[in-house]
Every structure is written in structure tokens, then in C-alpha cells.
Ligand binder design. Structure first.
Ligand SMILES: *Cc1c(COP(=O)(O)O)cnc(C)c1O
Length: 366
């Protein structure tokens, strides 16, 4: 049994979340599992292997290297690369990866590569910007794009994509409805121009949960698979997949006026006892969690951080609890979850989870 710092990854919870999210979809709607950023910190290979076994229809990564790593480990499911860089496009073709084309220049470049590699109907996904103002083709370039696709049999549109800016924020409902409507209009024009069908996808996890009208025939889910629904009512139905545990390395009593950690930013008001936890910003527990902005659980009791988070350790106040070196520490688990931990310090579960570094061993529980 592993005793030190570790991220326990519960694959049963992953399966539960997959089935829950699928239950929100029409039976014929395809499910794309987003496993970018090391599957949001959970370990992309074991997560993708499990999701492939569960029947995910597609995977998505952000970059080409993330996708080739999956191919190297037995993932044969189609993979969409959301944010491929132009110089990596030839590798998409070599490794059977479907690129998201997000500009006219990128379409030209990809067509040139596909031609050079003597491809016929190589599948691409066209992403249009409908209001997020991140990557995406400008809708006013639709006619130009259609012409290029029609004139170049080396590529074929497999998918049409856009991304919602505020699917988790119902106070932005009219903005989201506008995004959905402009996407439907792009889809209608593209469908009229092309003689074949393609997949249409616009929803992330919150789109799945809040906007059935934006499911189209595929959805792209990341955070929901890992157990978070950006809303307490959905969080109740989902199961956090990751539990972060560590261990007490040492405890010490100090006197009033003594300081704890770098730059003496915490000064003891009274005689007190601290414990050192074997985890720091080098593991992904960023400095924002210092100064009491986070609590961890030792023997069932919440204890706050003290002073600055160091690279390999941080200190907590254990004046009022029984504990000793070697005791287990819960940073987050299904009960005291990553969303609460992150939001208490002013960030989100996505950032906390994706930030858990490589040196934290992942332990898979099936
Ligand atoms: C990351 C990402 C997703 C997944 O979003 P979640 O909120 O984690 O479900 C979907 N689509 C695109 C384009 C993304 O970049």
C-alpha cells in the first residue's frame, strides 16, 4: 500500500460520471471525452483506456503530443486535437488524428500537407467563433472556407464545432442562446453547400447539463467526467474521481512571537503546534492556498494552512488536534472536494486538478 503523497483515482467514479452524462443525451448523440492536460491531472492513459472500454465515441486533447501519447498506448478511438499548432499538422495525418481547423490560414496549411501526403477525404473539424472570442474561424469567412473544402478532395469536413462562452452561467442565457442560434445558422449553410453529413458539436459539460438544445449530434465533456458539474445541483449527481492525500512529516510546538515558513509571514499569537505536510507548490498546491486560504483534514478535523506554501511542503495549525508524524492528511476527497478547496482560495476545480504535478504518484482504484 502506498503511504506517501498520492492522487487516488477512482475509475468506478469515472464510469458513474460517464453514464450519468450519457443519460442526459439522446441515445444517438456521440460522446467525446476530453482528456487534455493529462486528463485534467488524472493521468491521460489510464483514464482514456477506461473510457475507451466504457465506449466513448471520441477523445479530445489540446495538443498533438498529448494525442500521440494516447496512440502509443493503445487508444484506437478517433481523437480530435482541439488546439493543434501549424507545424504539428503533418503528424496529425501520420497518427490518424483529426485536427480542429480554427483559421483560414490553418485550413490552407492543412490542405497543403494533406495533398503532399496524398490524402483523400482526410477528416477535419471546422471551428467557428460564435462569441467566446478565443480561437475559431470568423463566420464571415464561411463562404471562403466552403469553397476551399469543395475544391480540395484531400480533406473532408468530419465535424463542425463552436464553443460556448458561458454555458455554466445562466445569467448569460441570452448570450448563450445567441451563440447557439448563430451556430445553427452556420450549420445550415454548411449543410446546404456540402453533399455529405458531418458531426456538429458545441457543448462542454455545462452545455450538456444546461443546454439540451446545444447537444447537436456530439458533446465534448471534460470536467463532468472527473466529477464536477459547475453547479451544486449537478455536483450532487456526479462523483469526484480524484482524492489527494499526503502525510505529516513532522510536528513542532512553538512560542508566541515565533514565525512559520518563509519571510515570517505567519507569527504565532500564542504557544502553538504546527505540522508539516509533504506537498507544496512543486506538486501543484500553489501559493494562493497559503495564509489560511485552504484547510486540509487530519484525523477528521479541518486545519488551516500557516504562512507561505513552500515548494515541497506546507505547514498547518494542529494546536488543537491529536496527530503525529506519519498520519494521513486529506487535501481533497469526495466529501471535502476539489471544488470547495479551490473556490475557497478563489480559483476553480479545473485549475487545481490540472495543476497536480507529475511527481505526485497516481494510484488507480477500479
Ligand atoms: C476543454 C474543452 C472542453 C471541455 O470542457 P469542460 O468544461 O471541461 O467539459 C470542451 N471543448 C473545448 C473546445 C475545450 O477546450
Amino acid at each position: 500500500m502506498h503511504k506517501g503523497t498520492r492522487l487516488e483515482v477512482n475509475l468506478k467514479a469515472l464510469a458513474h460520471n460517464f453514464h450519468y452524462l450519457k443519460s442526459k443525451l439522446a441515445p444517438e448523440t456521440l460522446f467525446m471525452a476530453v482528456v487534455k492536460a493529462n486528463a485534467y491531472g488524472h493521468g491521460s492513459i489510464p483514464i482514456a483506456q477506461k473510457l475507451q472500454e466504457l465506449g466513448a465515441d471520441y477523445f479530445a486533447t489540446a495538443y498533438v503530443d498529448e494525442a500521440t501519447e494516447l496512440r502509443d498506448h493503445g487508444i484506437v478511438t478517433p481523437i480530435l486535437v482541439l488546439h493543434a499548432q501549424q507545424h504539428m499538422l503533418p503528424i496529425c495525418i501520420d497518427r490518424c488524428l483529426e485536427p480542429v481547423i480554427y483559421s483560414v490560414e490553418m485550413l490552407d496549411a492543412f490542405i497543403a500537407f494533406a495533398k503532399a501526403k496524398k490524402q483523400q477525404s482526410y477528416p477535419i473539424h471546422l471551428e467557428f467563433n460564435t462569441g467566446l472570442n478565443r480561437i475559431g474561424i470568423d463566420p464571415k469567412d464561411l463562404e471562403k472556407v466552403i469553397k476551399k473544402v469543395q475544391e480540395n478532395p484531400s480533406v473532408k469536413v468530419r465535424g463542425l464545432q463552436s464553443h460556448l462562452a458561458a454555458s455554466e452561467d445562466l445569467s448569460e442565457d441570452s448570450f448563450t442562446q445567441n451563440q447557439i442560434d448563430s451556430f445553427i445558422e452556420i450549420k445550415r449553410k454548411l449543410k446546404t453547400a456540402l453533399t455529405y453529413d458531418f458531426i456538429t458539436h458545441e457543448s462542454n459539460t455545462s452545455g450538456i447539463l444546461n443546454y439540451p438544445s446545444a447537444h447537436f449530434n456530439m458533446v465534448r465533456s471534460g470536467i463532468g467526467l472527473y466529477g464536477y458539474g459547475n453547479d451544486l445541483k449537478f455536483d450532487k449527481e456526479l462523483q469526484p474521481v480524484a482524492t489527494l492525500k499526503s502525510v505529516i512529516s513532522q510536528t513542532r510546538w512553538i512560542e508566541a512571537g515565533d514565525s512559520v515558513s518563509y519571510n515570517r509571514q505567519f507569527i504565532a499569537k500564542n504557544r502553538m503546534r504546527y505540522a508539516v505536510i509533504a506537498l507544496g507548490h512543486g506538486d501543484g498546491i500553489n501559493r494562493i492556498y497559503g495564509h489560511g486560504n485552504a484547510v486540509v483534514y487530519i484525523n477528521g478535523t479541518a486545519v488551516p494552512t500557516l504562512g507561505i506554501i513552500c515548494m515541497d511542503m506546507f505547514m498547518v495549525d494542529v494546536t488543537h488536534i491529536e496527530c503525529e508524524a506519519g498520519d494521513e492528511v486529506i487535501i481533497f476527497d469526495p466529501l471535502h472536494n476539489a471544488r470547495d478547496f479551490a473556490e475557497h482560495a478563489g480559483t476553480i476545480s479545473y485549475e487545481l486538478l490540472t495543476g497536480i504535478q507529475k511527481r505526485v504518484p497516481r494510484i488507480y482504484i477500479n
